[in-house]
Design a protein around this ligand. Structure first.
Ligand SMILES: *Cc1c(COP(=O)(O)O)cnc(C)c1O
Length: 364
């Protein structure tokens, strides 16, 4: 018999010390935690779409006849529909179980133990997380004060072991877009440059059309934020065709499940509904930014996404975060050196903005 202590000896040593990813919690768990009914919880911590997916998606899911069969391993119908949506040929496109899976697959494809991956914090936590899981080395090149990417520092850091750089644009949590000329400067360095456009539909700025002209440029997208499908896990990437071939080879054959493929396809067919919710969220973002800016103890950063970053200037960030929670309002709280006393607030419906502002005025 082997003891639990002995099994530890078999576990990869670098995984014993790696930092865990801190995920957000679903509504029912939050509801129990603060003892507030689920329907009264205001969830502004996950950049999810409060309007949800279209009713046509729910109908398509209910009437799909093939849940007992494996889905198409090559995702042909979905990739064809994404060709129409993106304007980029389907041979450049591959879908994943969320863009999170694609981040992991890209790293597995390029990073051998000890290889380096450039990360530009403050940013999305999955890049260092998946690098750690692959036993890669995270090279952190902190963004500048205005959250722009420090290109010259990245270029200086690149050596023979550097394989991949990740840039979220718009960046999570700072909300700013990285300009195309900056991205192209990195592409010229020859490493794999991954532009994570999870919030593209809210910024309308993309480098996707440049992918077919460059062997080392990748653009990631997701249905989680704009299309209201975070729970079904479906994302996609626009990759150079050579990279698509390798990813097709190393991915799990049925990585995007049947329900996710049905939902994504139907979303693309009911695009006018989604365009409506995007428009509502962009309008609401601007109203939220205006209202928050009126609070003189908050510094509000502009945003091209469906959330906004705020620095709390009165030293009460944690008390505000907890006070909001007690009222059933959940936001993301950061207390890292680069994001001292910061809150990230997702854009919700107008009534969510009103409840949030009222609560903030009550707390402070
Ligand atoms: C939310 C988010 C994702 C996650 O997308 P999934 O498709 O849900 O895995 C990826 N990148 C960034 C920057 C995000 O904020």
């Amino acid at each position: 018999m082997i003891s639990p202590e002995d099994i530890e000896k078999l576990i990869r040593s670098e995984l014993k010390t790696m930092k865990a990813y801190i995920p957000i919690e679903p509504t029912d768990i939050l509801s129990q935690r603060v003892e507030i009914a689920e329907e009264n919880v205001i969830k502004l911590d996950g950049n999810e779409n409060p309007y949800g997916c279209s009713d046509r998606v729910k109908q398509a899911l209910a009437s799909h006849a093939y849940y007992h069969l494996y889905p198409d391993p090559e995702q042909r119908e979905l990739r064809k529909a994404l060709e129409k949506y993106t304007g980029i040929s389907s041979e450049y496109i591959l879908a994943g179980s969320g863009s999170d899976e694609l981040i992991d697959l890209i790293l597995r494809l390029f990073v051998a133990p000890g290889d380096k991956v450039i990360n530009c914090p403050p940013t999305f936590g999955m890049y260092p997380f998946s690098t750690d899981v692959c036993a890669g080395k995270v090279v952190s090149i902190t963004r500048k004060q205005d959250f722009s990417v420090n290109v010259s520092a990245i270029k200086e850091a690149i050596d023979k072991q550097t394989k991949v750089a990740f840039i979220a644009s718009p960046n999570n949590p700072s909300g700013n877009v990285t300009p195309e000329d900056t991205i192209m400067e990195l592409v010229k360095s020859g490493i794999v440059v991954v532009i994570d456009e999870a919030y593209f539909e809210f910024s309308n700025i993309t480098v996707a059309p440049l992918v077919p002209k460059h062997a080392n440029l990748i653009v990631l997208r997701t249905f989680s934020k704009w299309a209201g499908l975070a729970g079904l896990r479906v994302g996609y990437g626009i990759f150079p065709t050579k990279i698509v071939k390798y990813l097709m080879k190393i991915k799990q054959p049925y990585n995007v499940n049947a329900a996710a493929q049905v939902a994504a396809l139907e979303s693309l067919k009911d695009i006018s509904y989604l365009r409506g919710t995007i428009k509502a969220l962009i309008n609401e973002r601007e109203r939220l930014l205006t209202k928050l800016s009126q609070l003189d103890w908050l510094r509000v950063y502009p945003s091209q996404a469906n959330f906004t970053l705020c620095a709390v200037l009165n030293g009460k960030a944690e008390a505000i975060y907890k006070g909001l929670q007690r009222r059933g309002i959940f936001v993301r709280y950061f207390d890292t050196p680069q994001l001292k006393d910061c809150l990230r607030i997702s854009v919700g419906k107008p009534e969510h903005t009103d409840a949030l502002i009222a609560a903030l005025q009550q707390i402070c």
